[in-house]
Structures are given as structure tokens and as C-alpha cells.
Design a protein around this ligand. Sequence first.
Ligand SMILES: *Cc1c(COP(=O)(O)O)cnc(C)c1O
Length: 436
Amino acid sequence: MVPTVTRPPSVDKLARRSDLADLPHPIAVEVTREAIATDRVDSISSMSRERSRQMLTPVLNATGVLLHTNLGRSPVEVHEPGGYSNLELNLANGRRGSRQAAVGSLLATAIGAEAAIVVNNCASAVMLALAAVAPGKRVAVSRGELVEIGGAFRVPDVMAQSGSELVEVGTTNRTRLSDYTQANADAVLKVHQSNYKIVGFTEETTITELSTIGVPVIADIGSGLLDSACPWLSGPPPRWLAGEPAARQTLAAGADLVLFSGDKLFGGPQAGIIAGSAELVTACSKHPLARALRPGSLVLGALQSTTLAYLNRDGNAIDFWRLATISTTDLTKRAVEIVDRVKRSPTSPDDDAKQMTMSVIDTEGMPGGGTLPGVTLPSVGIRLSGDHTRPLRLRDRPIIARVDDDDTIVDLRTIEPADDAELVAALTDLAQAEAK
Ligand SMILES: *Cc1c(COP(=O)(O)O)cnc(C)c1O
């Protein structure tokens, strides 16, 4: 007799179950196969929810870190109308145009540069600038600036990829002009110590001094502050910006090229900007790598919006600057109101001991994103007793909060006022779950 074999459940049938219906069928099949292989068929629906949560989705940033690397650095609104665009068409003469021309010329004006182009990120900008300006040539870099910015951007490695030769000069804490001149290099790269500080017995050479050497000076300022005077803000530049290099002033001081990220203090989409002398910017745009590193129309469109806001001196139109400059008085008002509304919502009052407590507290927000190390900006948050970060994170629109001393801190610095109602709903849910 042929032995009877228990047939495995049909993958296809399982994958069509209603609780997997939100996933496209091929992905539901993957989840189902995995559930069968790991003997977790009973958990298929929770596995499918987990799979959905791996997809990109908007979140509420309640961390108080304005440029949170895990949350996409600077928040950007995308107002792309969709469809075709004049990406590479010159509408005036009907001929083929450059995708860099429109945004490049706006950026150049905003920065006070002769020319500018856009690449994928600042790492690309460094690689392209070195490859175009100093191919196979000697580039002097201070030993205090051989930095690593998170995610494997290491200056020596990027330089090696560009084909230029790194010439280390000076020491970790002190590098003088004479160190650079003695190196007899063909170009100088100055890298902003974005995410660390060297304090004590230190000395660095300014851009003004470096510009006297007579070789191209490339400044990687990383963070992308456009102008240290912040003319797009209604008030004076915030104190927490002190000492941060700015693109306009770096060029004015004599750098030939300035390089920075689009999604740090610039407050735009992920991009790298190369601005400076027309000759060197053209050399960059003509280099074969430029093609490999060029952004698409979505990024250029978003960057154009950000640049227009700067040109219109409208900091409120740039999410990063709007959030960064909300007063703590306003944040406190909102926090008090949120707590009030949650407390007024009906929870079961019989067991006080179990109730989640909530209080409005002063917090310290951060610019973040590998900029301004150790710098904080005053902020306001709501302290919830207990660690609620998981239920907050697992909401349909995840709320990312932090834990401090076993309590949850929801920081308002990084929450748009329009999202306060959603916070009220989330905190009410937590309070009700706690009271059960
Ligand atoms: C952040 C940073 C980079 C890397 O920028 P990406 O846009 O993330 O590639 C490079 N250099 C400096 C100095 C930075 O601060």
C-alpha cells in the first residue's frame, strides 16, 4: 500500500487569505512560504503586517532630532505634478537643454557662486569634484579632517575612488598654512569636522589662508548652511548655528568650490551640491562620472522648490527651518493643550494606580544628521510614564519617540502643529490601553 502523505497546505490558497490581501500577491506568497518553512502558519497575519511595515511610509518624528538619519534627514514636501517635465528641453529654443541649468543657476544665485550643479549626495560631490579637478593628482588634506561621516563615507576612501592622491598634512589637532605649502600639492581639500570636535590645543588653517597657496581649494562643508546671516529667517541666526561654515561665506573667503548635502541644514531632498568657479563646475559637469551621479527630475524639482524658498527669503516654506525656529512658548502651549485633551478623553478611572501619567517637560532637541556635534536647541516634550515606543511605532502612521529613564518622551520640536490631533489620538489610545 502506498503510504498516505499529509499534503502541505497550498501556498497559493493561503496567500489569498483575506488577512494577506493588502500585500501584492507575489509578496503574500513570499510571506506564506516563509510561514510554512518556519512552521508559523498560525502567525501569517502578523507576519504580513510586519512585511507591510518594511515598506516606506510617512512617520511622525517625535524624537526632537530635526535631521534624523533613520527618518530621511530633512523633511521635504514633494509637490510634483507628475507626468512629463521640461527636464532636458530648452523651452525658449525648443532644443535639448541641460537638466542642471535651471536649478544650477538658481542655486548659484542663492549661494553667490558663478555656477552650481547637483549630484546624488555630498559623497558624490566630493568624489566628482576631486576626479574632475585633481585626477591622479596630489590633494592635501589636514590629518584633523580625515573624517568618517556615518554610513561609510570616509574621506580617504572617497579620495581613493576619485583617483586623486591623498597627501596628509599637519597633525590631528594642529595644521598650519606652512604644512599645506610644504606639501606641494596640486589642490587642497578642506573637510568640515561635521560630527566631531577637536578641542584644546588646536589650530586649523582658514579658507582665506588656503586661498593664498595658488592651487584649487575645495571645501566640503557637508551640512549645507547656505548663508551664515540666515536672511530667510525673520529673526537673527539662531545661536545654535554658531561656528557652522556656510556656503556663501566659504566661497567669499576664497574657496574655488564648495560642496554640501541637500538634506542637512539646507533642508531639501537628498542631493549633493557643487558650487563655485564656472571653470571648475564645468569641469565637474563634463566628467564622465557626472552622468553616473546625476539626480532625476523628482529630486531636481524638490531642490528647486527649496532653492526658490531661499531666494524668496521664505524660511517658513522650508520644513526644516520652520520646525527649527518655532518658539518654546508655542511648543509649551501645544504640549499643554495635547495633554489636556488626552486627559479629558474618557478612560476608565477606577484604577488610578494603572493610569499612565503625562507631564509637559523641557527637553533638548538636536539639529542631528551628523551636523553640529554636541549642539542642542531648547524644546518641549510630553513625558509619559513607561516605555510606549513600541505601540507608538506600530501605529498605521508610526510615531517615533524616545525613551528616557524608562519613560517615553514625545518631543514637539519635530512635530508639525497640524499633526497634534494625531498625537492626541495616539496618546489617548495609550492611556486607554493602560487603564484596561
Ligand atoms: C554629511 C557629510 C558628507 C556626506 O554627505 P551625504 O550627502 O550624506 O553624502 C560629506 N562630508 C561632510 C563634511 C558631511 O558633513
